[in-house]
Design a protein around this ligand. Structure first.
Ligand code: ATP
Ligand code: MG
Length: 406
């Protein structure tokens, strides 16, 4: 991308109610545009980051046999009434709207009900199962507090996966596959070392669910961990019974702030029973399908990464999710000519700052925007047929011959 052709400009100031450093940089560097509290637009560079995060998640989920779908945002109240989640008293985050022709619709805050209802059309026998479906979809939640930038949106992008199994063993085996896939995903996203699978409350049907919590000072959750971090748990399950069961003492646990980037739940028949999603087993018996659900907050992950990978000058994207790998600057007449040629040969990997500005302004924007490598071609570097490459994370520079940069 050529900076001169982009409508996006870097800004000197962030929206004034944006408090976290990463969130301020995302606005100032032109990745997102804030509409209202908890409501954001993703601009070209921000969209590329989101797409890179999605590609990693998609790759890992496809490897364990999941199929991608895209469900509707508008919700028919009927299945939600059957599970008793339509009432605002039961689920206080609903956005609802009215049909011109009469009747109410909801904007999906999650998709357990519609996906269960949809699969009634496709499941009748044990031969149809298991089924693992997921989507990347915009969720709507009327969150009371939305002050953590894109980490808590009223409209946000979630990856939600649902599993449909015939037996507990089949469900458990898949649940473990998802645990491994999530570990791989967070490793590949660059936050694996700081992301812990925690014990969280599991509701009525299973003792625990699991959350994936990433350490960050701006996280809204508090997690507790022992010395070697082999036991990590959420505040809500920090009680004597759970501590005894996990074999840890309260005084051996430390607490820290973290953000929930994902979670996995065993649902058993919580949704399939009221919505009557059943199959005929081998022996002709009719049985209720066993479900699980598995979320990742895709836009929250982007916010967490922006916060964890930045310094006081700007963002520092991990290479695998950076919108472009290189930020290219040409200085002087010959430097600009050579930079133009390099850009034309490597458009996919290069964000080219071809604006008519002083080098100092370009250097500042390169640091703000956080591409992993800055490439400078100037009359000086060209004297030896080279370019200067600077690593955004370490600040280290080296000279590389033009033909060997990319
Ligand atoms: P939280 O406790 O943070 O409100 P949740 O328990 O409501 O999360 P789920 O409904 O299970 O979360 O959603 C799955 C994932 O979506 C979460 O693990 C989180 O990463 C993300 N998520 C949830 N709410 C939001 C939001 N308002 N904005 C952005 N991401 C969110
Ligand atoms: Mg919530």
């Amino acid at each position: 991308m050529r900076f001169s052709k982009s409508f996006v400009k870097t800004l000197r100031t962030a929206p004034k109610d944006e408090t976290a450093r990463g969130a301020q940089f995302l606005s100032r560097a032109g990745y997102v545009h804030k509409e209202l509290a908890g409501i954001y637009d993703y601009l070209p560079l921000g969209l590329r980051v989101l797409e890179n995060i999605k590609a990693i998640i998609r790759d890992e989920l496809n490897q364990i046999g999941c199929q991608e779908i895209l469900m509707s945002s508008l919700q028919n109240p009927e299945p939600w009434q059957k599970t008793d989640r339509w009432d605002i008293e039961k689920m206080d985050i609903w956005f609802k709207t009215e049909l011109a022709a009469g009747g109410e619709l909801g904007l999906a805050p999650t998709h357990e009900e519609p996906v269960t209802k949809m699969l009634k059309s496709y499941i009748s026998s044990y031969k149809d199962l298991p089924i693992y479906v997921y989507q990347f979809q915009t969720k709507f939640r009327n969150e009371l507090r939305a002050k953590s930038g894109i980490m808590r949106g009223r409209e946000f992008l979630m990856k939600d996966l649902y599993s449909f199994s015939t037996t507990e063993e089949e469900h458990d085996a898949f649940y473990h596959q998802v645990e491994t896939a999530y570990k791989n995903i967070f490793d590949r996203l660059g936050i694996g070392a700081d992301t812990f699978q925690t014990f969280a409350s599991g509701g009525v049907f299973s003792k625990y669910s699991h959350e994936f919590q990433t350490l960050t000072g701006i996280g809204e959750d508090t997690i507790y961990y022992n010395a070697d971090k082999s036991v990590v748990l959420n505040e809500e399950v920090l009680n004597d019974e759970v501590l005894a069961e996990l074999g840890v003492k309260r005084e051996d646990l430390q607490s820290t702030k973290a953000a929930e980037v994902g979670n996995i739940f065993t649902l058993k028949t919580k949704y399939s029973a009221p919505l009557d999603l059943a199959f005929n087993d081998k022996d002709g018996q009719r049985k209720t399908v066993l479900m699980g659900c598995y979320g990742i907050g895709v836009s929250r992950v982007m916010g967490v990464i922006a916060e964890k990978f930045c310094d006081n000058r700007g963002l520092i994207w991990p290479e695998q999710i950076a919108p472009y790998k290189y930020y290219l600057i040409g200085i002087g007449e010959e430097g600009t000519k050579q930079a133009d040629a390099l850009y034309q040969d490597h458009e996919d990997a290069v964000f080219y700052d071809d604006r008519d500005l002083r080098p100092g302004e370009k250097f500042a924007d390169a640091e703000l925007m956080g591409m992993p490598y800055r490439v400078v071609v100037s009359d000086k570097t060209l004297a030896t047929g080279q370019a200067e490459i600077t690593d955004r994370a370490t600040g280290e520079s080296k000279m590389v011959s033009l033909s060997k940069i990319f």
